[in-house]
Ligand binder design. Structure first.
Ligand code: SF4
Length: 431
């Protein structure tokens, strides 16, 4: 199985903390979409015929584009020769077995509901025939088609348009339910718009909803964080992603802190709120299946889990990354150059062939963060690591310290260890 990520590089304005590639101007939207279609055509062989079962529109702010436009792009990615090899069947409303999207263990075995449009409804509402032929379903292997949405884009009319597309999962960038936090982050929506967005989507039958929250915001405190979590749980969404506010270089946030126009981001506040998040999410029936991701049983995000599992994916759009099992490549983070390159049919990426050490390091870094843990067998046999003994010694010292546990040949971070995930992983790297 494989995935496709599509980067939509437009935002209404830049959030203060953001270092994703996106522009606050939308004037190149039309040439961008033309370039994107060209890139799709140029990369049909990248995944080597591997069936694609997840598609993710991220950004940027994909909800700034008309759903119909995104649908058109989506249909282009579903050409059989980009990876969907199974025969089309538009009438099949029960998607195939939920593949295990996850790295090993603690695993949640109940499959997520891939048909968030509601029981009995087609997973492909508004299906349109494409140039490939009447009545053909070009993505029989697709299980999850996600759209990132900003709350202020969600109106009744927008949701009606969205229902005509094949999206079956939405990820809403809420970040906080407090105006002070949203203002500090320079978000374009209000707390009230966030609540309304969730309700409009749920009323329209979307149940496979994820919301993003940010903790450790200097305008926040323990009481506000508790309230944010209470509201999030009350929305009855099956998936919550919660990230620590990070001060990235060259962002307005870094500038504000440097010039003392903002209080610095406090490690203590972040730690306190992270601990509280784990406790409260667990008490409310969410599994922490990755350090920043929590879900109700069976609702882990398939697309992102594939990244953590090392499954190949094709990234399209400026700054998008791709991985085919042996090499990584990343597109240029410049929209004009991307458009020019695509117009000339020229590649706009750099590529790196991964060594076995790099693959091992990436595996440790990602797998340790998940509830499926880091499998020692993979380390000792598949990755051919010569200094296996040294790594085991280091891991054992973390076990002694109470940061790691080991069950059946798999290492897991303890709750305490989750606070030091990057440090622990880096100690287990090979160079
Ligand atoms: S909406 Fe998302 S991508 Fe756009 S500026 Fe804000 S954080 Fe960055």
């Amino acid at each position: 199985m494989a995935g496709i990520y599509i980067h939509i590089p437009f935002c209404k304005r830049k959030c203060h903390y953001c270092n994703f590639f996106s522009l606050a101007s939308q004037k190149l939207k039309s040439p961008f979409l033309t370039a994107l279609k060209q890139e799709i055509s140029m990369n049909r062989d990248y995944l080597g015929g591997e069936p694609v079962n997840t598609l993710y529109f991220g950004g940027g702010t994909p909800s700034l584009c008309d759903p119909a436009m995104l649908q058109e792009v989506m249909e282009m990615t579903s050409f059989p020769d980009i990876g969907n090899t199974s025969p089309p069947d538009i009438g099949n409303t029960s998607p195939p077995d939920h593949r295990n999207t996850s790295p090993p263990d603690h695993r949640n075995t109940s499959p997520p509901d891939p048909s968030p449009q509601g029981e009995g409804r087609s997973p492909v509402p508004g299906f349109k025939s494409t140039s490939q032929g009447e009545g053909r379903n070009f993505f029989p292997n697709w299980r999850e088609i996600t759209l990132e949405i900003n709350p202020d884009d969600v109106t009744k009319a927008y949701v009606v348009e969205l229902q005509k597309t094949w999206f079956n999962r939405v990820s809403i960038g809420i970040q906080s339910f407090f105006e002070e936090d949203l203002k500090y982050l320079n978000r374009t929506h209000s707390a009230e718009q966030a609540l309304r967005a969730v309700k409009l989507l749920q009323d329209a039958g979307y149940s496979n909803i994820s919301i993003d929250l940010i903790y450790g915001i200097p305008t926040s405190n323990q009481a506000r964080w508790q309230k944010n979590l209470d509201i999030a749980f009350s929305l009855d969404v099956p998936h919550i992603s919660a990230y620590a506010l990070t001060v990235e270089v060259k962002t307005p946030l870094a500038w504000m802190i440097e010039r003392q126009k903002s209080a610095p981001v406090s490690d203590e506040l972040q730690e306190q709120q992270f601990r509280w998040l784990i406790k409260e999410a667990t008490a409310n029936g969410y599994q922490q299946y990755e350090i920043s991701n929590f879900c109700k049983p069976g609702h882990h995000a398939l697309h992102n889990t594939n990244y953590w599992k090392g499954i190949p994916y094709l990234g399209l759009g400026p700054s998008a990354h791709s991985y085919n099992g042996s090499a990584r490549r990343w597109n240029i983070s410049n929209l004009s150059s991307y458009i020019d390159g695509m117009a000339k049919g020229q590649p706009v990426y750099e590529e790196e062939i991964l060594s076995s050490e790099q693959k091992y390091n990436e595996y440790v870094m990602t797998s340790l963060r998940t509830m499926w843990g880091c499998n020692l067998k993979k380390i000792s046999y598949e990755l051919q690591i010569t200094n296996y003994k040294l790594i085991m010694k280091r891991a054992a010292s973390f076990v002694q310290q109470g940061w790691l546990t080991e069950h059946g040949g798999v290492f897991f971070l303890t709750d305490e260890g989750k606070l030091f995930a990057d440090l622990i992983a880096s100690e287990l790297f090979v160079t």
